[in-house]
Design a binder for this molecule. Sequence first.
Ligand code: ZN
Ligand code: ZN
Length: 418
Amino acid sequence: MSMRVRIHRGSHEIGGNCVEVESGGARIVLDLGRPLDAGHDDEVPLPSISGLDGNDPSLLGLVVSHPHQDHYGLASQVSPKVPVFIGEAASRILHEAAFFGCAGLTCAQAGLLRHQQPFDLGPFRITPFLVDHSAFDSYALLIEADGRRLFYTGDFRATGAKAALFRRLLERPPAPVDVLLMEGTNVRGDAGPRGGCRTEAEVRAAMAQTIGAARGLVLVAYSGQNIDRLVSVFSATRKARRELVLDLYTAVIAVATGNPKIPQPGFGGLRVFVPQSQRRRVLESRRFEYVRRVKKCRLYEQHIAARADRLVVTFRKSIEPMLDALPSALKGAVAIWSQWPGYLDMPSGAGTCEFCRRHGIPLIVHHTSGHASIADLQRLAGALKPGRVVPIHTTTPGLFVQYFKNVAPCDDGVWWEV
Ligand SMILES: [Zn+2]
Ligand SMILES: [Zn+2]
């Protein structure tokens, strides 16, 4: 007996991760992501894994490393008979995101991932390791079976709010492992060892400077599920003695983290605006508790116009109609783009560019990657002492040999032994 692995997607692309692991006829699936290049309405078929339809009991479960679509996005197509394992906060966040139509996930999860709390699924012992990443509640996974050990990094970085977790992993690694299945988003030809990765603290400082220098309203576009970034935006806002305005969706996600230290309704200096589209969603579903919970800190259109130079507003497509109707509030306004700059050249970011052009608002980018630099990937590989390094979540697996020892790239769809 041994442990076998087959990458279904991710060996030559960033995102869409899906890995099947087999031992003694039993199988588990690590992540079931939607490819990042799939359009919003594109139908993406499930990878050919027996049992995703609920009709093969040898499939013991699906383990979702973290709540990013390129890791869970196809999970809603899986039979409810397949047990799903995910972090508790991650599961709450995706449940709320589903309510707001933001590609969430509502599934009855079979088990929750907890930092360094191993659990057994058939022949597999699974140990989650909480990691620093731009998604909240993200895990790397150690999979053990038949005396073999596979360490799957999921997505991670070492420059964010949870950087201490990375240091601890280096100090006390579950080493040696037989195979390190490692993400390589920043393993690119043009990337230096630091991979252009600024720390989250550097982003926060740059943002505080822009907000401090602004004369009018400041708009910040960031992912509502990037909780590290929410913390940075709030901190930069307070440093500039302004108030941060969240849309209802972002406020609900912040609460869903279950962490009272995350900026959320009830915090001084934090307000909530409910855009028309979100108001409609609440009305139609009659889920009035969503607005009731933000009653005390709610802000309306007229307040935003009157206090533009004292506010930082979370910038989403859903608030553009409100801003279009308040041209006086946009006098001297500045916009900050705090997510992947590549979106600005894609349909998803084009609307923001057009909005800023229309109103003559400068758009400044303050962002850093949610992924580890080459230097940090090398540190991890050094600590885990893998027999082999298998690249995943990369467009350039061939470049791994330049930076790591014992690299063995594996194509999608091919079984290999751990
Ligand atoms: Zn990813
Ligand atoms: Zn991710």
